[in-house]
Ligand binder design. Sequence first.
Ligand code: ATP
Ligand code: MG
Length: 254
Amino acid sequence: MTRVYALANQKGGVGKTTTAVNVSAYLAAAGWRVLVVDTDPQANATTSLGVTVDSGAGSLYDVLIGGVPLASVIVASKRPRLDLAPSAPALAGAEVEMVGLRGREHLLQRALTPVLSRYDFIFLDCPPSLNLLTVNALTAARSGVIIPVQCEYLALEGLSRLLETIRLVQARLNPSLRIAGLVMTMYDARTNLSQQVVDEVRRHFPGQVFNTIIPRNVRLSEAPSYGETILSYAPYSAGAAAYQALAEEILKRN
Ligand code: ATP
Ligand code: MG
């Protein structure tokens, strides 16, 4: 059965997109059929996969607001078995337009249904917000939510609001929603702070933090500007090894 995960945290810049794109790349390389759905108007997952945000082409906006089939906007990435449902800046307006629609929290879930059988894994990259786009992703995330947490001061701040949103979505919209795991990102081995944050998050979420810790690695931040995943840009980097390990961990869990 297709596994569908949302990558969510309303805190910006914690590694949601980097995790979605690179875990997807490793799963695709291992032979799985993978779809990344970019639900963020910033379209970072779209550009990270080397797809240009062209206003003429179809995007998730047309799917959620125009009722266009998701299959018609899906594009292939440069990597075999790795597809993308692109975002576009227009998606920023979708939030407001969706408010008036019936079943507005289920739009993405409904759009995904016809393509589920084509993929083994679907990753929904969320915007840094708990808005209706994120609620749509959480509603569609039948395998759970992956929460990237940056190894920095006040890492836990704001997580209670995310957890509350997850609880509400689980109660009202998606009973199968669970926390698939928290991923510690941008770990800096040179500081004590990073390890303290990891320890603190593990104390708060026993058994729910992935063993794999993503180090701060400049290669990971360079790859998107070339439209490459870490697997093609710097396969022997520490960041690549970490995302390969995380992909394996996600594969084994469940
Ligand atoms: P947003 O909330 O804006 O969507 P995000 O949570 O998706 O952000 P990313 O875009 O993945 O976060 O990462 C934020 C920035 O940090 C990006 O420039 C990215 O390239 C960089 N980055 C992410 N992970 C790492 C890492 N492990 N090491 C170094 N840089 C990283
Ligand atoms: Mg992002």
